[in-house]
Design a protein around this ligand. Structure first.
Ligand SMILES: [Zn+2]
Length: 271
């Protein structure tokens, strides 16, 4: 599933090709994504120029002077830049064709992605308005997590994966960040000190940044006609490493199910 670093990598990959380019047409082969694509986009988008590509959580915001495309890649979605229109494959649901000949193609085999079209502020869209803080926001600090976790009786992994508090920490990043900060995923969120939350914030930011940097190496693919974004493959310390030695203490990595998600940690290094 595309996580925040992959979405950010996608944003950086497509932006140079689509910003300041006028759309000549949009081809929609499948309207039924997680929510139906609004039909108005078919007639309203052509003739408009994309002025920016932003990101909020895992949503990409392609703004024109009057509207915004809000795109989510869902479980299996991807965007590619093609140099010219080529024969679409089975799951290629949407093509946005630009005046300079480039095509932005949206593929989504499982169709959990979505494409909204709005003339209102995208940040006030129903899917976005309740989202929590961005991990790269200056206000995302140890103080922030400390204040928001007081009286919370859930475990800390559940707490940092709650998109109403903080966006961008999926299952892999939650396990890896907690390991880097030495915090057990089983700890009660409300019982963790400000100092330890500061360590956790630093871990989350550096792990996400590293992932984006590593994703950046695949950006060259956007220049190829069949450019498929390669998802990042960074060194993982605990995720998926059940019974392998902890890189710090050599004891076995444990796997437990927390909040219905596989969770990996070192019981000796994480307390
Ligand atoms: Zn260890």
């Amino acid at each position: 599933m595309p996580e925040l670093p992959e979405v950010e990598t996608t944003r950086r990959g497509i932006a140079p090709h689509v910003v300041n380019n006028a759309v000549t047409k949009i081809v929609i082969r499948q309207y039924q994504l997680r929510w139906p694509i609004p039909r108005a986009i078919k007639t309203q988008l052509p003739g408009q120029t994309i002025i920016s590509v932003d990101r909020r959580a895992k949503y990409l915001l392609l703004k024109t002077d009057s509207h915004c495309i809000i795109l989510h890649l869902g479980m299996s979605g991807s965007l590619r830049i093609l140099n010219e229109m080529s024969k679409p494959e089975k799951h290629d649901h949407v093509d946005i064709v630009f005046k300079n000949g480039k095509v932005l193609r949206f593929r989504d085999p499982r169709r959990f992605g979505s494409l909204f079209w709005t003339k209102d502020d995208p940040l006030s869209h129903i899917r976005l308005i309740s989202l929590g803080i961005e991990p790269f926001d200056k206000k995302f600090t140890g103080d922030f997590l400390f204040e928001h976790s007081r009286k919370k009786t859930c475990n800390v992994k559940f707490f940092i994966m709650n998109a109403k508090i903080l966006v961008g920490v999926g299952n892999i990043y939650a396990s890896e960040s907690l390991f880097a900060a030495g915090i057990s995923p089983l700890r009660i969120a409300g019982s963790i000190s400000k100092k330890r939350y500061t360590q956790l914030v630093n871990s989350i930011i550096s792990i996400l940044k590293r992932a984006i940097k590593s994703g950046g190496t695949s950006l060259k693919d956007f220049k190829q006609s069949d450019g498929q974004l390669g998802y990042f493959t960074q060194q993982l310390n605990v995720y998926g490493k059940t019974n392998e030695p902890c890189p710090h203490c050599q004891k076995d990595i444990k796997q437990v199910t927390l909040n219905q998600r596989s969770t990996f940690y070192c019981a000796s290094c994480q307390t």
